[in-house]
Design a protein around this ligand. Structure first.
Ligand code: BES
Ligand code: ZN
Length: 853
């Protein structure tokens, strides 16, 4: 690849046959999505498109003929998609993000990114037009060559709505032949946080503002950095050559292969990067910054060098050590799990202070908001969980999304949903002390169900193409894609079993790697393994089972009722927030139903029977007086409600010996019953009855508490202000919560060195106990703070400082606590958000007058 400086361009520009064209489209991101879905034939090419002198009548006639053949290409694909008449194989990108002023004469202006891209393509159809994407880019020069011979370019036009850049040629391309597209351009280091963008941090030593360049391409922003075929299915290798100042680090998706000084520009170097594996353009990434790094020991992954880059002060504090180790471990876990190794030689995580999203999975160079990647000595356990979670997610994408990409954005869940699921496999291998799969239940399954039953948030998982066009593409990255998507994969694992699912996913990865997939590809590979292992219903394919779940919005409610002494009927209908009052009660789900009963309390997710998508009612036999739980194992993406008698039997079992019903089923009973009470399917009393057991038998499972308390949170907020309503809630809940605290080791059970789930559980229980004015909890809070005051040692576990501090201030009318915290606020150190916690505590005083004093 050749380096380009301003001097080179002047040469290029003056000697080329096609005159310089400036096609700068300053279009706001949303223009495309908001514009009416009109057609985009020749008519919408932008005014500034370039026309040559060939534009005479004869040429027009020729063009008409040419257009007919182009239109043939375009007819087969939707108007917003590329025609696939030209397929990219490799990009060689040269780019210089200019972060300073003072290089106008040699490189360009500050915040410009002059560049050059050579795209090796193969023609797939007879065509006279090459269409790729470019947005907010100034194009200087375009040449096309075929076996080193230049092909004459008639003109270039830009089409705003879908950011198409059309290169109209004077001759047809021959299918099967290779061509090279050469484009010299200037893109911009944008102020807005997408495409190639700029951001800054304060250097802690010099106190100066340091600018850096970073990227965010998903979904449609790679086209803002360089002209490219910006669709996930058009994969190609990308190699890069980046111009940077000597004292900066440049990072790309792959490892650096060396650097050389720029001949014409003092203090600048060209750094070259190895070609990537074939990849989608939305995964391209570039960083130019004065960052430093931490490196993993490399024992787990000898073939891949893992690093975390961050601003220097964070590296000095050791904040990148934990994420680097976690990343290495998680990458090796996934590689082993699927027997499909991470394919590149390096993997970098980068912490940036500002980022539009939480994190982005760029191939080999994932970028994170710093608060979601770095880990400090003073971090809480809940922060450690979140950081590991985000790493496990972005690394999961290196398989689902990067190695196998969604064919198009309507299949987004193949990237986000599969990754949401994989995330927990990574977490389970790295931080099992948090019991990650328990967290999945409330975080993904229950939230997914809630959003999918509400017509305002629900949609089919496979996005309808027209619906996709109507919204900004970013809005589709919603909890349906992530949480319903992830939960359905867990449901499939439930009926296929873990080993068969793993084989299905491995088959999918190995068959589809470096390609793009639609959901039927995933289903076909799982089907193959499912059929071999006889895990699917008779004469039924995986696709048939899954179409109801993925092609329509919502999920079923199973109603279970006793008929006579030993006959149980199960019916399915659509679950709705309106309590089933809507008219949308179509029955279309193929439902795996696992069953547990008094005699067979088997909570394995393997289905006992299937309810087919044309069955509204199924009858099963049940021994007299037995309880029955459907969706045992709680892997099904649906709700279950039992009639009064069957609900009573479950309640009685819970009162007698709750552990006999698996914790996941106890959690789901809470979620199904309280949701259904709020949605008016059943009475609140029926739901509350299910928690009666907690008074005598301590409920110690975090997953059950999280499910229940999530449901009571709204009630708490509503009732808090009124004593009449608050007192009954307090009376009912406090004994149950206090019982749980006692049974899990009492108030002192967790200390500053405790880790994992017990810390999260304690934090949640203490939060509720103190907020419900538990005397024991208040006492405990006062003791902890007094001990801090007396000893000068702050040893209160970080995860519940806010609640302890606030309780201490709120419950002390003498003002002693208030004064102590005020003093700490003024004179104490602020590490790990301590001052914010103190401020919250101060705002809880009984005497607001104090705040002013
Ligand atoms: N691919 C997404 C980032 C993204 C989100 C790109 C929305 C474009 C639009 C990334 O993998 C992701 O899901 N990030 C999450 C955090 C993650 C831990 C769930 C985010 O940014 O919220
Ligand atoms: Zn993601």
């Amino acid at each position: 690849m050749e380096g380009i400086t301003r001097k080179h361009w002047n040469l290029l520009i003056s000697f080329t046959s096609v005159t310089v064209i400036v096609l700068l489209l300053a279009v706001c991101i949303c223009t495309g999505a908001l514009a009416p879905a009109s057609t985009s034939s020749a008519g919408d090419s932008s005014d500034i498109s370039f026309r040559t002198s060939h534009n005479d009548t004869r040429a027009s006639a020729r063009r008409l003929v040419a257009r007919a053949s182009v239109d043939d290409d375009e007819k087969t694909v939707p108007k917003h998609r590329l025609p696939k008449s030209v397929i990219p194989r490799k990009y060689s990108l040269t780019i210089v993000p200019i972060l300073d002023a003072g290089f106008e004469d040699v490189l360009g202006r500050q915040w410009e990114a002059p560049g050059h891209v050579v795209v090796d393509v193969v023609a797939a159809k007879v065509t006279k037009t090459i269409i790729l994407h470019a947005k907010n880019i100034t194009i200087h020069n375009v040449t096309i060559t075929h076996n080193s011979e230049e092909i004459s370019v008639r003109n270039i036009s830009l089409h705003e709505r879908f950011s198409f850049m059309k290169i109209h040629l004077n001759q047809h391309l021959t299918p099967g032949d290779p061509y090279t597209i050469n484009i010299t351009f200037t893109s911009y280091v944008s102020e807005v946080l997408n495409g190639l963008f700029r951001s800054s941090y304060i250097n802690q030593e010099t106190e100066e503002q340091e600018w850096f360049a970073a990227t965010h391409m998903e979904a449609l922003h790679a086209r803002q950095m360089f002209p490219c075929f910006d669709e996930p299915n058009l994969k190609a290798a990308i190699e890069a050559k980046v111009g940077r100042r000597e004292d900066y680090v440049a990072l790309f998706n792959t490892e650096s292969t060396g650097n050389e000084t720029m001949q014409d520009v003092d203090g600048w170097v060209w750094e070259t990067f190895a070609p990537t594996v074939p990849m989608s353009t939305y995964l391209t990434a570039l960083i130019v910054a004065k960052f430093q790094y931490s490196e993993a020991p490399g024992k787990l992954l000898p073939e891949t060098r893992v690093r975390t880059y961050a601003p220097p002060h964070y590296i000095k504090q050791g904040a990148a050590v934990y994420p680097t180790q976690a990343a290495e471990r998680i990458l090796s876990t996934y590689g082993d799990y699927f027997k499909e190794k991470y394919p590149m030689k390096k993997f970098d995580c980068v912490a940036v202070p500002a980022f539009l999203y939480g994190a982005m999975e760029n191939y080999g160079l994932s970028i994170f908001r710093e608060t979601l990647l770095l880990h400090f000595n003073h971090s809480t356990e809940s922060q450690r969980y979140i950081v590991t979670n985000v790493i496990a997610h972005e690394l999961g994408h290196q398989w689902f999304g990067n190695l196998v990409s969604p064919e198009w954005w309507t299949n987004l869940w193949l990237s986000e949903g599969l990754t949401k699921f994989l995330e927990y496999i990574g977490l389970n291998a790295t931080i099992p002390e948090f019991q990650p799969w328990d967290i999945f239940i409330s975080e993904s399954l229950q939230l997914g169900l809630r959003l999918d039953s509400d017509s305002r948030t629900s949609h089919s998982l496979k996005i309808d193409e027209d619906a996709w066009l109507m919204k900004n593409e970013m809005e589709w990255f919603d909890d349906i894609a992530y949480k319903k998507g992830g939960s359905l994969i867990r449901m499939v694992q439930g009926f296929l079993s873990e080993p068969v699912m793993r084989k299905g996913l491995s088959r999918y990865l190995s068959r589809m790697k470096y390609k793009a997939a639609v959901q039927d590809d995933l289903f076909a590979d799982c089907d193959k393994e499912g059929q071999l292992a006889h895990k699917l219903p008779d004469n039924t394919t995986m696709k048939e089972v899954m179409s109801g779940w993925t092609l329509q919005a919502g999920f079923p409610l199973l109603k279970v009722s006793l008929q006579g002494a030993s006959n149980v009927t199960v019916t399915q209908e659509k679950y709705l927030t309106s309590g089933g009052a809507g008219n949308e009660k179509k029955v279309k789900w193929f439902i795996p139903v696992s069953v547990a009963t008094t005699r067979f309390p088997n909570f394995d997710p393997e289905p006992e029977f299937w309810m087919r998508d044309n069955e509204t009612t199924v009858s099963i036999r049940l021994p007299a007086n037995s309880w029955i739980i459907l969706n045992a194992g709680n892997t099904g993406f649906y709700r279950v409600l039992y009639d009064d008698e069957l609900t009573n039997r479950i309640t009685n079992q819970l009162m007698e010996f709750p552990e006999r019903i698996h914790k996941y089923s106890r959690a789901q009973l809470m979620d199904d019953y309280f949701n259904s009470a709020w949605n008016r399917y059943i009475s609140v009393k029926t739901a509350l009855n299910l928690t009666r057991y907690m008074k005598d038998h301590a409920e110690t499972e975090q997953v059950v508490w999280t499910s229940l308390l999530a449901m009571l949170k709204t009630a708490f907020r509503l009732f808090k202000e009124s004593e009449e309503e608050f007192t009954p809630l307090q009376k009912y809940m406090l004994p149950r919560i206090e019982k749980a605290i006692q049974a899990t080791g009492g108030y002192d059970a967790v200390n500053i060195n405790s880790t994992g789930m017990p810390v999260l559980r304690h934090a949640q229980l203490l939060d509720w106990a103190c907020n419900l004015n538990s005397r024991g909890c208040i006492q405990h809070a006062l003791e902890l703070v007094k001990s801090w005051k007396n000893t000068g040692q702050l040893t209160i576990p970080r995860d519940f400082r806010t609640v302890i501090f606030s309780t201490a201030v709120a419950s002390d009318s003498s003002g002693e606590m208030f004064e102590f915290f005020k003093e700490q606020y003024k004179n104490g150190e602020s590490v790990g958000g301590l001052k914010d916690q103190i401020l919250t505590a101060l705002s809880n005083t009984q005497d607001p007058g104090r705040i002013k004093r």
